[in-house]
Design a protein around this ligand. Structure first.
Ligand SMILES: [Mg+2]
Length: 269
């Protein structure tokens, strides 16, 4: 059964707000971003700022936002790495092996590590740091019984020197060689939305339904379809990644659509 979604924006209990493309685009602030954050705080809403990055820590994202004039605390941010960390901490006494960059390792503090007999192998972006030996090490651990978790599964991305192979290609190699399926935790995986919602429920001490939560984002596929699949309200903003033809061709219908977060916050106040 699908829970009934709210009919009015002011009935939304918890807010998940995408960062890149929604509150800022690279180094440029989107109009209304500051007002929206102020509204969330003044109205004592429960919220998380969400980023799908797998290369930056929450602290680094917070510092980037501060440079643009946005006051966003690391503990208010939710990323694929922080979602995985939350998940692993919820399992009692598991041992993990991480193939992530030094900075991202920070997010997994307090989780027990094992290079020889882990329960979970977590693969993130190693970029140029990835090599045959590392890939093979992850492969051997998975063959030895470890579960494979991936922070993301992008095939490629665009870098300073053009297109570049991304972590997904290595995750795929591991899946192919081991015959095991990786658990992908980044957006748009349903688990990512569920973990973010859980985080807010714990903070609020409330048993709100998924349908009481909204996701505000610029990406029709990852944000709006992802939110809908997880039973959340989808609020699309036409900034960042948004383009008209995509949403038309894919038949994804957001619950609300605004030009920018400025129009969203104006309709809330
Ligand atoms: Mg975005």
């Amino acid at each position: 059964m699908i829970d009934q979604k709210v009919k009015r924006l002011d009935e939304i209990k918890g807010w998940l707000v995408d960062l890149d493309g929604t509150l800022y685009i690279g180094d440029t602030l989107v109009p209304g971003a500051t007002d929206f954050i102020r509204w969330l705080r003044e109205e004592r809403k429960h919220y998380r700022f969400v980023s799908n990055t797998s290369t930056l820590t929450r602290k680094q994202i917070s510092e980037h936002a501060a440079k643009l004039g946005l006051d966003i605390k690391p503990e208010e941010i939710f990323t694929a790495a922080s979602a995985v960390a939350q998940l692993l901490r919820s399992f009692d006494g598991v041992m993990c092996y991480f193939q992530v960059t030094e900075n991202i390792l920070e997010e997994f503090q307090g989780i027990e590590m094992s290079e020889t007999n882990p329960d979970y192998v977590v693969v993130g972006d190693l970029g140029k740091g990835m090599n045959y030996d590392l890939l093979n090490k992850a492969f051997q651990l998975v063959m030895g019984g470890a579960e494979l978790i991936a922070l993301q599964k992008r095939r490629y991305s665009r870098g300073a020197n053009g297109l570049q192979i991304d972590a997904g290609a290595f995750v795929d190699a591991l899946e192919y060689a081991s015959g095991k399926q990786a658990k992908i935790i980044g957006k748009p995986s349903r688990q990512f939305f569920n973990l973010a919602v859980h985080d807010i429920r714990v903070e609020a001490g409330e048993r709100w339904l998924s349908a009481d939560f909204a996701f505000v984002g610029d990406d029709v596929e990852a944000d709006i379809r992802g939110a809908a699949d997880a039973g959340l309200i989808g609020i699309l903003v036409k900034t960042g990644k948004y383009n008209d033809s995509y949403s038309e061709h894919h038949g994804i219908v957001p619950d609300w659509t605004f030009e920018t977060v400025k129009e969203l916050v104006e309709s809330l106040t």
